[in-house]
Design a protein around this ligand. Sequence first.
Ligand code: 5AD
Ligand code: SF4
Length: 475
Amino acid sequence: MKDQTAPHSQHQASDAERSVTASGNNLANSRKVFVKTYGCQMNVYDSQRMADSLAAEGYVTTDSADDADMVLINTCHIREKASEKLYSALGRLRNMKNKRQADGKDLIIGVAGCVAQAEGDEILRRSPTVDLVVGPQTYHRLPQALAQVREGRQVVDTEYAVEDKFEHLPAASREQVRKRGVSAFLTVQEGCDKFCTFCVVPYTRGSEVSRSVAQIVNEATKLVQAGVRELTLLGQNVNGWHGAGDDGREWGLGELLYRLAEIPGIARLRYTTSHPRDMDDTLINAHRDLDILMPYLHLPVQAGSDRILKAMNRKHKGEDYIRLIERIRAVRPDMALSGDFIVGFPGETDEDFEDTMRLVRSVRYAQAYSFKYSSRPGTPGADLPDHVEESVKDERLQRLQALLSEQQYAFQDSLVGTEMDVLLEKPGRFEGQMIGRSPWLIPVIIDNEQGEVGDIIRVRVISTGTNSLVAEKLG
Ligand code: 5AD
Ligand code: SF4
């Protein structure tokens, strides 16, 4: 942990505050933290973990910076646009902090996540009002870093030892599950060794590390005991997870899923995000054997042209991906596919792009994310020749998104008239209405529903809304 520059007098904790922080958290109950999350589900999960660890320091969460004593921005570095969001947010917070200080109060500003990891000290140089920079692998040291901030220092804490990656914070309590809902994330793996040439993740999140079976089963059991019904296993390359199994053999994600399915009370399992090269036979067969493994798979392919896939270092061809999807659908015919696509990777010609369109038509996605290539400093892609013009990227993105939306609506329409199990998640907007989650993630609206949050009920789909289904309860 690095201690930066001269003390910030505004954070000098009074003796009273310091003694309360040290001895417990009662007085500090009035402190509020606003955590703003950008980026992926891993960041959503990390934000919750940071909030949990700050709760132990007496911070309650709030939904707005206006009444917060501390603002923590959990950042994303994946594309330039995502990264720049930090600096516009910091501009607004600087004004807020200046106003507070003019009134003799203060606002602690913290930056977490992948921009924090990538830029470290540079953030303090660009935005001197920032008090704390903390990287994704050092969140377990957040309370100590905060204690230093409260003593008036600026702190940058981004250096970690690989074995510390899963020095984890306490699992969610029943109260937190009540607030956050019956579907929860659980990190099983972090980092990526795939080095796709466009991607910053191997640099910001570091090399692949898997959590042990015991740690995962323990956290999953606690979450289920606290009321969670659906668990989504998270990892930047989740199906690269591996570890020593209970039976002494080396396990992959497939074996882990079979093990987690044994936890009493667990109703649904998912995992994200996967790489096509790590979909092994056991994992595919888990989709055949485990009813509680939901028939929805986020399996990014990025592009359809073999030339571009090679330049991206994806290490497979378009055809390999299509064959893989066929194998998965053979064991689980109701499997819905989701994907990520990049248009305008350096050197992508019209013909290459048509290969992407062909692949999409052949796979038929239920859902997908698509992006214009964004050159990221430090990645091999940034040094490639033949960067594609912005207007060409725009046009390709529009065409791809039109096709993907068409497929998304076709998928939703295909569900009308079918029966499915729905996990009730929260009350709807209207009296007597409940919102549930279908096996394919699409929210389902059910009128006149008396069930409890966490129940799984059988419904028939009557119609589709925008990104939702409307259904009636059966039996
Ligand atoms: N430019 C555009 N999209 C990117 N992604 C990752 N890096 C970049 C980049 N440099 C996309 C990929 C990935 C998703 C999380 O973000 O599609 O799967
Ligand atoms: Fe990035 Fe590729 Fe790793 Fe996914 S598999 S995180 S796109 S390097």
